[in-house]
Design a protein around this ligand. Structure first.
Ligand code: OGA
Ligand code: MN
Length: 209
């Protein structure tokens, strides 16, 4: 008899193959884009959780050490809430992130220790201009991950994540924030931005340190 699949563990893509592919991509080009990478059941719960605003208290995000709010708002306009480990889907997400960490450490010898992540809500018109998540040498954020949580995203909804890749970062990769799409990249190497969105847009952004 076939085992009954656990919707929170079951994926189209074998996780070992997925983690291998992410590691290969990071070595080859410093970023990786994976569609339907996580179990559908988990992604669905996370997307519901991100929208459960009775419980989640989104607050305006800052950048680095608090600089003045006015300036901040010209670079980054989005609301965030840090992810803990108490609520079920958050716990599952952290467990998944931990497995990816193990793979990254094994294949790339990165010595990653900590993982931190937040839900982000971009209301209509919100954006995050071109930036790096860490600065060479200084920052302790090594690897960034972004998971998108929006079903049926249309081109006219805009709000894409744009990566600047390749030699001199002249090549651009535009990624629609469609539910289940996962983006992983080197925090101090890949400049990126969130284009102004025409529709409320939810994501999780996380960092391995
Ligand atoms: C970030 C970031 C991208 C996104 O929070 O640093 O780049 O799509 N987020 O939420
Ligand atoms: Mn970023």
């Amino acid at each position: 008899m076939l085992p009954i699949p656990d919707p929170l563990e079951d994926t189209d893509i074998d996780q070992a193959v997925l983690f291998g592919s992410i590691c290969d991509d990071l070595v080859a080009k410093s970023y990786s884009v994976q569609r339907n990478a996580l179990p559908h059941g988990l992604v669905k719960l996370l997307s519901e959780r991100a929208r459960y605003e009775d419980d989640l208290q989104y607050t305006p995000a800052g950048i680095g050490r608090a600089i003045d709010h006015q300036k901040n708002q010209t670079i980054r306009r989005t609301d965030i809430v840090w992810i803990g480990n108490e609520i079920f889907p958050d716990k599952k997400w952290n467990e998944w992130a931990d497995k990816l960490k193990t793979a990254l450490n094994r294949d790339l010898f990165l010595g990653l220790q900590y993982f931190e992540s937040h839900y982000a809500r971009y209301n209509e018109g919100d954006f995050y201009k071109r930036h790096l998540d860490a600065f060479k040498g200084a920052g302790n954020r090594r690897i960034s991950v972004v998971l998108f949580l929006n079903a049926l995203w249309k081109n006219t909804d805009a709000g894409e994540l744009r990566l600047y890749v390749g030699t001199d970062h002249k090549e651009q990769i535009l990624i629609a924030p469609e539910i289940g799409t996962l983006v992983v990249f080197l925090s101090d190497l890949i400049p990126h931005e969130v284009l102004p969105t025409n529709r409320t847009r939810y994501s999780i952004a996380g960092w391995y340190r």
